[in-house]
Design a protein around this ligand. Structure first.
Ligand SMILES: [Zn+2]
Length: 442
């Protein structure tokens, strides 16, 4: 049960409270805020308390109030499901993918070319891809002088060591998958993945992972049941196969010695312990050769805000105070979530708050002044958590709102302004399109 007008909150009671509790709470507050009270009182607060009390103490009106709330609360819907990353070879979703690059070498007389083979792999496919690249090189790579044998051996070493990757991009992939599995309800797997990146070097990833871990623990995921096996740690016969694949070329006697020495380093390269910095395996110099430098790493998946905002949540604020002043109420009847921006013309006050689809939210600490009110519509918050990415549109209401507290002999009258956002037309006030950068500006 929610409390959209804040009546229960105003009286400091729970929505399910008994009439006696409500009555008692009201008496306390009425005494405190009565305009004639010894330490000043507050007539606006007093009026607000009365307004809440009148509704909540009348069983019929209270039932109506509670009932209005129910339909306004949308069915608990899953935020959009995100598909986990699929292996680029077998096309199957893989929980712990890695972005890796292997090399193929082929030579003709004096020309030797190294070609990168890269993709996002599951552990199984990575082994196969490495083996294929090495077999290809062992057949096609030797026959150029002098680079053929050198490249064939050095790339075989690289492939045997598991290819070239980067911890950062692997962490980005794991974190993307943690969010994806969480979005489709597989919380145990999401937990296991988040656990792997909680110490990631990318602060955003680490912060998000720790937040998700906390959230999932609160939802009952048992840490001891969620730890994941590392499919990449499992040594298979693959390195042996690869060595065999290269060594059937007779000239590889020297190469084999090298392979064995270098191959024994494999474990430290992919040690997942965060204190072991990752160093890419060295590749033979390209001096005097065409430039075959590695292609750029894959574009990381598009990032969104790491939390899902609550209805009414303030996203950014400049110059707000704790005192109750004027109030803006937004009834969001439009399709999509909205961010409302209340910006003072004197630039001393600026506020953005979030109103979920088909919900009502309010902010009632707006000091006197002149304001422009605009809003933006969209689905998910962008990475900075202050605007939608992408925004569907942004609009500004025409004119300027003036909030001016009036004082009479013994009361203070503040303003309350309600806007309704409709899907059709623009709602109860005319609004003009503005650019999203205008909306984003504080
Ligand atoms: Zn695969």
């Amino acid at each position: 049960m929610t409390d959209p007008m804040g009546y229960y909150a105003l009286l400091g009671v729970q929505p399910g409270s008994s009439p006696e509790t409500i009555k008692r709470a009201y008496r306390e507050l009425a005494k405190k805020y009565h305009p004639d009270a010894r330490d000043g009182g507050s007539s606006s607060q007093f009026r607000a308390i009365n307004e809440a009390y009148v509704i909540l103490i009348d069983p019929k009106r209270r039932a109506d109030y509670d009932a209005i709330i129910q339909p306004a609360e949308p069915p608990p819907k899953q935020s959009k499901a995100i598909d986990p990353i699929c292996c680029s070879e077998c096309k199957r979703p893989t929980a712990q993918p890695r972005h890796l690059r292997f090399w193929k070498v082929y030579s003709v007389l004096i020309a030797t070319v190294r070609v990168p083979v890269q993709g996002i792999y599951c552990a199984e496919c990575a082994k196969t891809a490495a083996l294929h690249a090495t077999v290809f090189s062992s057949i096609a790579g030797w026959w150029g002088f002098p680079w053929g044998p050198i490249y064939t051996i050095s790339t075989a070493i690289t492939n045997i060591m598991g290819g070239v990757g980067s911890l950062e991009s692997d962490h980005a992939l794991l974190w993307y998958n943690a969010v994806a599995f969480h979005s489709i309800g597989n919380d145990r797997l999401a937990y296991g993945l988040a656990l792997k990146v909680r110490n990631a070097r990318d602060e955003k990833v680490a912060e998000g992972a720790n937040y998700l871990l906390e959230l999932l623990e609160r939802r009952g995921v048992k840490p001891e049941t969620a730890e994941l096996k590392n499919p990449w740690a499992k040594r298979s016969s693959s390195p042996l196969k690869q060595i065999f694949a290269v060594s059937f070329i007779p000239t590889l006697v020297i190469g084999l010695t090298l392979v064995n020495i270098q191959g024994s380093r494999t474990i430290s390269v992919y040690n997942q312990s965060p204190d072991t910095p990752y160093r890419p395996p060295s590749i033979a110099s390209n001096e005097g050769r065409p430039d075959f430098r590695p292609a750029a790493p894959p574009t990381p998946p598009k990032k969104h805000c790491w939390f899902t905002p609550a209805n009414g949540q303030v996203l950014s604020a400049i110059g707000t105070s704790q005192d109750i002043f004027n109030r803006v109420i937004i009834e969001n009847g439009s399709e999509g979530n909205a961010i409302i921006k209340v910006k003072g013309l004197d630039r001393k006050f600026s506020l953005k708050f979030y109103v979920a689809e088909r919900m009502t939210a309010q902010f009632d600490r707006i000091p006197d002044g002149q304001y422009e009110i605009s809003y933006s519509s969209g689905e998910l918050l962008g990475e900075n958590c202050k605007g939608f990415d992408p925004p569907r549109f942004s609009k500004k209401f025409e004119g300027v709102e003036l909030f001016q507290t009036e004082f009479t002999a013994n009361s203070r009258i503040t303003h309350s302004l309600t806007y309704t956002l409709f899907t059709v037309r623009d709602g109860n006030a005319h609004a003009n399109n503005i650019s999203s950068s205008d909306f984003d500006a504080e």
